[in-house]
Design a protein around this ligand. Structure first.
Ligand SMILES: *Cc1c(COP(=O)(O)O)cnc(C)c1O
Length: 394
């Protein structure tokens, strides 16, 4: 059967038809004014989504992981110290990337399910004035935990520390509020395939004037991701190499969609979708893996499964029997959770279909669950809140 269900993985996300069409374009000369005309709105649009007053937007043919690498290789030197809390697979992978680049990573080990520990970050900064950058995972996609980036900025200011603040916003930017300038972020990393609802293939970065200045002293090797080469070419309306033209056209269009819905409405919709999912899992007698409600992510929920149940078995059955994709538990929560992605092109009705599918799988696997219980809880919640018609009518 060639029909396609929506996906409920936390990226890549479902792609709106008009975004797919915007990506599908004939070859143009990327050194022509035609490319410059389509490139500029994409860059300016990202600047608005990031809420960025000063600095540069950089688009790299890559993914979020390449964005991490670009952030550190452009601004740091071998042996530099960076500070990072580890509380999930994505914060772990960024730390690993730094270590493989010869950076000295001061790691604050934090239980999975928790977010960035503000007091420990402040104490670590007070104890070590040589730290060059603080790395923060805004939304830990493995556990469904959001961290308080404004709080990290406050901790840095309270410590009177001049380190840069690098934020992984791959699974938050475009779906949850983000304030590049107000939070004093120096580099923000996003990827095309999450909140921007595009295929994978672009790393999207915001870079502050302070991070730009740090490039002069930074000696880590970089070529493909060199911001200087990018910015020199950008000034001439182009790229230092062949850009992924279709993705850039798609990005400009995706931002049009987000802005026609209204960014605040987009964030409100994600919150409502997530809250419906949380009501459903409560009705199932389960809980989010995130330790406390202030940590609940609005883009992904890691559902803690009952003792003796295997979250990975549910994900496999959903794929093989019903053709629906959920996320498996990663690393130390493998099997203990399954993840419901609720970001990007999603409506109430789509989420209800995902919840219904999860229930069928639970019943098939003999889990203690009553069919319809979670769906009913989400329905009650969605009926009583403003529907996502701006999105549905698109
Ligand atoms: C998806 C994701 C990434 C990057 O993944 P890529 O597959 O390289 O795009 C990084 N951080 C977080 C928090 C993510 O969710």
């Amino acid at each position: 059967m060639s029909f396609q269900n929506p996906v409920f993985i936390p990226g890549p996300t479902n792609i709106p038809e008009s975004v797919r069409k915007a990506c599908d374009m004939p070859t143009i000369d990327h050194r022509s004014p035609a490319f410059a005309r389509m490139f500029k709105p994409a860059v300016e649009g990202v600047r608005r989504v990031l809420k960025m007053d000063a600095g540069e937007v950089i688009l790299l043919p890559s993914t979020g992981t390449g964005g991490w690498e670009a952030a550190v290789s452009n601004t740091l030197s071998p042996g530099d110290t960076v500070l990072a809390a580890r509380f999930g697979m994505f914060s772990h992978r960024w730390i690993d990337l730094c270590q493989r680049h010869g950076l000295n990573v001061r790691i604050i080990e934090t239980p999975w399910g928790q977010g960035a520990p503000l007091a420990a970050i402040e104490a670590a900064l007070k104890a070590d004035k040589t730290i060059k950058a603080v790395l923060a995972t805004h939304n830990e996609t493995a556990t469904g935990v959001k961290s308080d980036i404004a709080g990290i900025r406050k901790a840095m200011d309270a410590a009177g520390h001049g380190a840069m603040l690098f934020v992984d916003g791959v699974s938050s930017i475009g779906s949850m509020p983000f304030e590049f300038t107000a939070w004093g972020v120096d580099i923000a990393v996003a990827g095309s395939q999450k909140g921007f609802m595009l295929p994978a293939g672009l790393a999207i970065l915001g870079v502050s004037p302070k991070a730009i200045a740090a490039m002069d002293m930074a000696t880590l090797p970089r070529t493909f991701f060199d911001f200087k080469d990018m910015l020199t070419s950008y000034a001439r309306g182009g790229f230092p190499y062949t850009p992924p033209v279709g993705l850039i056209a798609g990005l400009a269009h995706a931002i049009d969609l987000l802005e026609s819905e209204g960014l605040e409405n987009v964030y409100g919709r994600h919150h409502r979708l997530a809250e419906g999912v949380r009501r459903a899992i409560t009705a199932w007698g389960m809980t989010p893996y995130a330790a406390t409600p202030d940590l609940y992510s609005d883009t992904v929920t890691a559902v803690k499964v009952p003792d003796g149940c295997d979250g990975t078995a549910l994900v496999q059955l959903a794929a093989s029997k019903y053709g629906v994709a959920f996320g498996v538990g990663l690393g130390e929560v493998a099997g203990k959770v399954f993840r419901i992605g609720h970001l990007g092109m999603l409506t109430d009705v789509m989420v209800l279909s995902g919840l219904a599918t999860a229930e069928m799988c639970m019943a098939d696997l003999g889990w203690p669950i009553k069919l319809g219980s979670g769906v009913a809880a989400a329905q009650d919640y969605y009926r009583g809140t403003v529907p996502a018609m701006a999105m549905a009518a698109e």
